[in-house]
Design a protein around this ligand. Sequence first.
Ligand SMILES: C[S@@+](CC[C@H](N)C(=O)[O-])C[C@H]1O[C@@H](n2cnc3c(N)ncnc32)[C@H](O)[C@@H]1O
Length: 573
Amino acid sequence: MDAQFYPTPPDLAARAWGKFKNREFTRVLEPSAGDGALADANPRERDYYRRNIPIDCCELDISKHPMLRAKDYDVVGVDFMQFSSGSIYSHVILNPPFANGAAHVLKAWDLVWDAEIVAIINAETVRNRCSKERQMLGNLIDQFGEVEFIADAFMVPDAERKTAVEVALVYLRKEANVAVDIVGDLLSDLNDDAETGAGLAGGYEEVHALALPNSFVENTVRAFKAAVRTMREAVFGEARAHYYATLLGDTMAVRNGDGGASKPDTSVKWVQGEIAKRYSLLKDRAWAGILRSTNVTSRLSSSAQQRVEKEFADIKKLEFTVPNIYGFLCGLVENRAAMQLEMACDVFDLITRYHSDNTVFYKGWKSNDRHRTAGMKIKTTRFVLPGHGTHSYQHGLNYESTRLLADFDKVFAMLDGKIEPEVSLVQTFSAHFADLKHGARVSSSYFDVRYYPGAGTIHFFSTNRKLVDRLNRLVGRHRQWLPPEGAKVSDAFWLSFDSAEKLDKELRTEINNAAGRSYWDHPLHNICSGDEDRKARAMEAIDDAATVVLERHGINVDFQIDAQQPEQLRLAA
Ligand SMILES: C[S@@+](CC[C@H](N)C(=O)[O-])C[C@H]1O[C@@H](n2cnc3c(N)ncnc32)[C@H](O)[C@@H]1O
């Protein structure tokens, strides 16, 4: 466990929250949140309706982020010492690592604009003002706050980690200088009273386009910072405009009782709330730009992109900084293997789902276990995808069909160890659509294709059967129809696997015989069903039929109980 990780015990946490004098919690920051023990003690007295207080967290240990998010806190940063967006917080509450208590509290002080700060730090840090940092903290406490010392606060029975250290509960109040920050210098503004319309707009210059010499990430962060800065100025400007407008009094309509009373707001609370709202929209835009940048998602299949976008709700709350962006990109790279597997499974399912003729079956490796199941393979010769009809006046496939072909291009290139195919299916369909519509067979890198616009089917003839085989093995292993990589399985198993295409006709006859006349409860129908129970029953029935066929050909179907190493195989599964 991290030597600096000491979750605040509940009593001490409640006492810390009790120190705040302003009980209107607009937005709170917990800059070193750990598992959220201190944040959890929040008094839920945000307002009259007792709605939850919005709490943002930073935490250096990213393994704690999922827990914080699960507790409904927004994770906005990793290293608090690099955090820079503090003006929106009305309160900061912290129990930083004891070794750096003074630095963390000083950072919080610098960061906020108008807020109360409560910190749990080592009593020594306050009592012994031996360093410049400690002196600065001491001066702040003397001028703007107070301190209470508590012995044995971490020795109570419900302390998750005990320590005999005496703590100081520090309270600080930093107040915005409203007159200067928001209202501005009244006199200097009022001197300009002879302005013309042209003069009023005279100070405005169009923003010059940003030069983008460096990398996309650095430039986006630069643009984001510029956007935040000007947004902040705009909100301040609005507050000032409201203020001056009130100096002029109500409009004639309001005075006559015809219009609603104007309610100008120049308060710190309004400014903080407005900046927080607009800041979160700017972050959303900025993160969306990174996500959509071609380098990140272009190689993902459409559903893998959708999955990444789902995580976006959490990502967009992080402060938009260069380290956070690279952290996010590294996470994507680390997950690449898992994402590639998911992409392969998506394409496999697309091919096997809608057309049971695309598939051949084999006796699954796990069949000796409790759940007997057949394995599925895509035919290496040809498969057909329905649902891609076009009208005679169209000059290309529909958007959804093109997206599906793009997914095929990405997955088969990946299986071929390439970034993209030399001749993609998407290019093939756009360049030769007229020929394809008139029945031509056209080649792309991995498939020859034929298109039947009336029936809406595309026929794929594999030109590199090894790649289809690779896809079959990758998905088969993942779904445990095949043994794990490197496990020894009897030759009979691989014989059954390799004979699947040859025995397909015989197996289908056997399945039909066993199923009888029922269409709706037929295994070859149910196998394409979205209902998992039906699918499992179908797999079992197909597995039974495979047993009959294999035995007829003298292939020993007990192969799964491998005589050589049954225990290891079971463990590996
Ligand atoms: C004493 S624990 C307190 C945890 C939490 N605040 C609580 O009261 O339960 C300190 C926490 O600060 C985190 N931490 C240390 N340095 C940090 C930094 N620079 N930025 C953000 N978190 C940091 C540690 O990972 C640890 O979880």
